[in-house]
Design a protein around this ligand. Structure first.
Ligand SMILES: Nc1nc2c(c(=O)[nH]1)N(C=O)[C@@H](CNc1ccc(C(=O)N[C@@H](CCC(=O)O)C(=O)O)cc1)CN2
Ligand SMILES: Nc1ncnc2c1ncn2[C@@H]1O[C@H](COP(=O)(O)OP(=O)(O)OP(=O)(O)O)[C@@H](O)[C@H]1O
Length: 210
């Protein structure tokens, strides 16, 4: 047999990656990554174009809808997020939930490319800057959220989430035995047709857009 019959660079010899235990075709991976990157840029731009008063109106509507969804649900722990990059600011709701006796948690990147941990937050608690300069509670024991409110950059018709590109929520949910209820929140323009879901992507349970 001639070595030239199947040169190592031949496109027919499919290269693969293992992501979260899934075998992924390398070219598909690269194509999807490129698509998501440009889609994120487009959606960040939409956020920047959104006026202050539109954002406030939409955020109030989001909070009202979230309040409805959370009312009557049995839960003690809920993960929210500290807003960055024009994400809906749910801090008033966090304060409200805390006042109602819920344990409000915030995500913390302890280690790159690892699952997030969730630390308890309370109004005025000590916060420090973590990965991406995001403020996180300075200390407190990691806790398991029963509900996760996840900010979306984009969300598709099957409730797959396009986030900031770190893969953190997917990694975190994949690592949990008891799956929380995951509620994606964002602005109406975040609705997209598809994120081209890959084997590692986990759909959310519910979306609230305004
Ligand atoms: N408010 C808020 N907090 C949050 C999140 C969020 O989306 N919103 N996260 C939701 O997950 C986690 C942080 N997410 C992060 C996502 C990406 C990178 C990051 O380093 N991105 C690379 C690009 C990644 C790539 O393309 O490979 C970079 O900017 O260089 C860091 C943190 C936890 N806290
Ligand atoms: N369960 C997982 N295990 C290992 N790596 C993962 C997992 N999920 C995602 N990744 C890695 O993270 C990268 C980014 O994933 P993806 O595009 O889904 O990010 P995202 O959901 O937008 O980000 P984030 O959740 O941080 O906002 C993927 O290309 C993949 O390499």
């Amino acid at each position: 047999m001639h070595e030239d019959d199947d040169p190592p660079g031949d496109p027919a010899c499919h290269a693969h990656k293992i992501i979260g235990g899934h075998l992924i075709d390398e070219q598909t991976y690269l194509d999807v990554r490129q698509f998501r990157k440009s889609e994120r840029e487009r959606l960040y731009q939409k956020r920047r174009q959104q006026g202050q008063s539109d954002r406030q109106t939409a955020t109030s509507a989001l909070i009202a809808r979230l309040r409805e969804v959370l009312t009557d649900r049995q839960f003690e722990t809920i993960a929210v997020y500290w807003p960055i990059r024009g994400e809906p600011d749910l801090r008033p709701l966090m304060t409200e939930l805390y006042g109602a006796g819920k344990k409000v948690l915030l995500p913390v990147v302890l280690e790159r490319k690892a699952p997030l941990i969730f630390r308890p937050w309370s109004p005025g608690c000590e916060m420090i800057r973590g990965t991406w300069n995001i403020l996180v509670p300075a200390n407190g024991p990691p806790q398991h959220p029963q509900i996760v409110i996840a900010p979306v950059v984009g969300i598709d018709k099957d409730l797959y989430r396009l986030g900031n590109g770190g893969g953190y929520y997917d990694r975190t949910l994949a690592s949990m035995n008891a799956k929380p209820l995951v509620v994606g929140v964002g602005f109406a323009f975040s609705q997209i047709e598809t994120i081209f879901p890959m084997a590692w992507d986990l759909p959310m349970d519910m979306a609230i857009l305004a």
